[in-house]
Design a binder for this molecule. Structure first.
Ligand code: SF4
Ligand code: SF4
Length: 387
């Protein structure tokens, strides 16, 4: 036991104050441990963390707490309604406040604090990725603000997804505007990794900026932004209508504002449900409708899909943490994709794109394609190509 608050009652109160009050409901059945996808690649008993939290963290040694990718699979199955992710987040917050969180996460939180993003990107260059596309700035006449996720703004692979999104929105005549680059990380991974104070700073800053501009509706490309703006910002006073690109694109295709007419030449496509889009926000059909709208595209399904989908392993701060290749869930899933004959894996989340691109490299799958559904639609719409 390191230098954590004590006695037990104090820790319990801190967990409850941080949103983990459902901890008391746990009767140690172990369903959560049996559900957790980590057990496909290694032993991980999440029930032990819940038990440790009930005991006021007495005997905490730290190793497994940071494995949780906040995929929510265990929460869906818990017969007692324990909000397991909230409990883990609360415990991480206590550990982080005690100064004993993993070093890699400390560096990421440091970058978010200094630059407003986890990628050590220049905060003044947040919109550099979009400059060549000359999208209009947000004004009071704009219906939507486009909120670029940090990963789509700074990560070279995901920048391509953001650009495809802007081209499609322009081609469809959507009345949207860009924010001015003063936006900061939505704070999802920060909060899930235990950085509650920093999350408070980020959300306060974003809400002040969005409200000053009169933003009511936002388009996001990341399910993590979607979840955070829709479910966590209201508690801080920020209330916005938020739509994920996949949902918006499905509407634009239905209303024939976008027509994917080009024949797909990428072989068979398997769709991976991002946890924060699917399980957390029940968006299962829209991405599939998009893919099915592309001429010649054959859609495959993982054996475990939709609400049973296996996480890519990138949520809850895991994107920035080292995982041995043999323990990467994205590697496991990519092997399954190849085995079923897929030559493209489509998804709808920048974290998933990063995790599967890394898995592709680890497996030396040069000719396999990892793509966001936005990119596949951009390729199929005549007015948008070449991207
Ligand atoms: S599934 Fe729920 S009740 Fe069962 S051990 Fe896990 S947290 Fe406790
Ligand atoms: S949220 Fe997902 S990764 Fe975390 S303990 Fe539950 S099932 Fe495992």
């Amino acid at each position: 036991m390191r230098d954590f608050p004590s006695p037990l009652i104090e820790v319990s109160e801190m967990i409850a104050d941080s949103g983990g009050s459902s901890l008391d409901l746990c009767y140690q059945c172990g369903t959560c441990s049996g559900t957790c996808p980590w057990n496909l690649v290694r032993d991980f008993r999440v029930r032990n963390i819940i038990s440790l939290a009930q005991l006021g963290l007495e005997g905490y040694e730290g190793e497994d707490l940071w494995l949780c990718a906040t995929c929510n699979a265990c929460v869906d199955r818990c017969p007692r309604g324990v909000e397991i992710v909230d409990v883990i987040r609360s415990v991480r917050t206590i550990i982080t406040q005690a100064g004993t969180s993993p070093k890699t996460l400390g560096a990421v939180l440091g970058s978010v604090k200094a630059n407003g993003n986890p990628w050590s990107g220049d905060s003044n260059a947040r919109l550099a990725w979009a400059e060549a596309l000359q999208a209009r700035p947000f004004t009071e006449r704009s219906e939507y603000a486009f909120f670029a996720c940090c990963t789509q703004a700074y990560d070279a692979r995901n920048v391509k997804v953001g650009r495809a999104a802007l081209k499609l929105l322009k081609a469809a005549g959507v009345n949207f505007g860009m924010l001015d680059g003063a936006e900061k990380c939505c704070g999802d991974a920060v909060r899930k990794a235990g950085g509650q104070e920093l999350f408070d700073e980020l959300s306060d800053s974003n809400i002040e900026m969005l409200d000053a501009k009169g933003v009511k509706k936002m388009i996001v490309g990341s399910p993590h932004c979607l979840n955070t703006f829709a479910k966590e910002y209201p508690d801080k006073g920020g209330r916005y209508e938020v739509v994920h690109m996949a949902s918006l694109l499905a509407e634009l295709i239905k209303s024939r504002k976008l027509r994917p007419t080009r024949t797909f030449d990428g072989g068979k496509v398997v769709y991976h449900d991002p946890c924060y889009l699917g399980r957390q926000n029940q968006v299962y059909d829209a991405p599939r409708e998009l893919l099915k709208a592309v001429p010649g595209l054959e859609l495959l399904e993982f054996a475990r899909n939709r609400q049973d989908s296996v996480c890519c392993g990138g949520g809850g701060g895991r994107l920035w943490m080292e995982t041995p290749i043999e323990e990467r869930l994205a590697v496991l899933k990519l092997k399954e994709a190849v085995k079923m004959g897929a030559t493209t894996l489509a998804t709808a989340c920048p974290y998933c794109v990063s995790m599967f691109e890394d898995a592709k490299t680890a497996l030396d799958l040069d000719s396999f394609r990892v793509a966001d559904v936005t990119e596949i639609i951009a390729d199929a719409v005549e007015e948008v190509r070449p991207s």
